[in-house]
Design a protein around this ligand. Structure first.
Ligand code: PMP
Length: 378
């Protein structure tokens, strides 16, 4: 099998699984229990949080909230911030590029009376900084922007946004960094909150993280036993959280090497596709190396995904979350990509398990698919 769907999820690393099992075997206690074993579990939980800060942000300490994934982190952060600011800063800025776990929260907040503004997107999929500046007012309480787009791979100018927002002290900047961790060097200084999901970097499904510069800024959106500073009630899953730290350590430890390897695969595939008439590259050249979105103009993405799947190659249409929705993808529409190139787009996403052999086999099998569809290509 050639697995080119790593942006949907990745294979868990053995060390992460081992860590999960080990903690479950030896420290299965509840960190909120008052006895000796509970205190031991609590100590390990606090150490895990400290290590996360050391790995991700040694110069700016964040409050660390463990969640079940980025969907939950985005919900806790975006609603939590918005509700706190409703009375004095009820404008929110986002873009159509965001993942549904942000966009659907935005739509929900709009229904609740917040004023939602969408920032324009340039042709290469970047936030239009001039437009963003023109949307800023003293009423803006929240700006949310992803770091790396999950469909096209473009990287957003987070540092520039942080710089712009310095003039607007009421505006909180939230970054969905799900597709960035372990793939590109992140610069998060000055970002107020960030979301991550472990399974995107060889961790486990169910491992999520929210970093926030000050937990007091959040209104809780769920209520219960008060764990995680009252922001994410529910018995703490220590083994999940400790093994997430392992996944982060592995992702950052190999970052330079991984970046070089994936960039070289990405480049090789780009050069390969250039030889084929009717195949277009949608992803910008300066994007994150693990994502390559290509279009077969004139053939539907779903048909292609099935054709690849029959040859044991796993790819995705726009993104696993929206693949089944069957409408034109808004991210690609926003980037002014022609409709036929949107309909015929597929995403190849590489990862730690991708080998040079995979790339070679892919190229060979691609010939078979190309010969089947080439008469249809525009
Ligand atoms: N944000 C982005 C950019 C994503 O790619 C994803 C996962 N597709 C999420 C958020 C949500 O992550 P999860 O499904 O793990 O909650």
């Amino acid at each position: 099998m050639i697995y080119f769907d790593n942006a949907a999820t990745t294979q868990p690393h053995k060390d992460v699984l081992d860590s999960f099992v080990k903690v479950n075997e030896s420290v299965y206690f509840n960190p909120n229990s008052p006895h000796k074993m509970g205190l031991q579990a609590e100590k390990i939980l606090l150490q895990a949080k400290e290590r996360i800060n050391n790995f991700l942000s040694p110069t700016q300490q964040y409050d660390v909230i463990f969640t079940s994934g980025a969907t939950e982190s985005n919900n806790i952060a975006l609603k939590g911030i918005a509700y706190r600011k409703k009375q004095f800063a009820n404008e929110i800025i986002t873009s159509v590029l965001e993942h549904p776990s942000v966009l659907e929260v935005m739509r929900h907040l709009e229904e609740e009376g917040f004023i939602l503004k969408y920032v324009d997107v340039t042709e290469d999929g970047q936030i239009d900084m001039e437009h963003l500046a023109s949307l800023m007012t003293d009423k803006v309480g929240l700006v949310t922007c992803m770091y790396v787009n999950n469909i096209m791979g473009q990287i957003q100018p987070i540092e520039q946004i942080v710089e712009l927002l310095k003039e607007y002290p009421k505006a909180h900047i939230h970054v969905d960094a799900v597709q960035a961790l372990g793939k590109i060097p992140m610069k998060i200084q000055g970002v107020n909150s960030l979301s991550f999901s472990g399974h995107k970097f060889n961790g486990l499904k169910g491992q999520g993280l929210l970093l926030i510069d000050n937990k007091e800024k959040l209104e809780p959106i769920m209520h219960g036993g008060g764990q995680e500073y009252g922001l994410r009630s529910g018995t703490v899953n220590l083994a999940m959280n400790v093994s997430l730290v392992k996944a982060i350590a592995l992702a950052l430890d190999n970052l330079g090497e991984r970046h070089r390897r994936l960039s070289s695969f990405n480049k090789e595939l780009r050069t390969f596709f250039e030889n084929y008439k009717g195949i277009y590259i949608n992803s910008p050249e300066n994007g994150a190396p693990q994502i390559l979105n290509i279009a077969f103009s004139g053939v539907k993405g779903e048909v292609l995904v099935n054709a690849f799947s029959k040859l044991d190659i796993m790819v995705s249409t726009t993104s696993a979350c929206s693949s089944k929705r069957g409408k034109l993808n808004e991210v690609l529409l926003a980037m002014d990509i022609r409709e036929d190139k949107i309909e015929g787009s597929i995403r190849l996403s590489l990862g730690d398990t991708t080998t040079a052999q995979d790339i070679e086999s892919f190229k060979k099998k691609f010939e078979i698919i190309y010969s089947e569809v080439k008469e249809l290509l525009k």
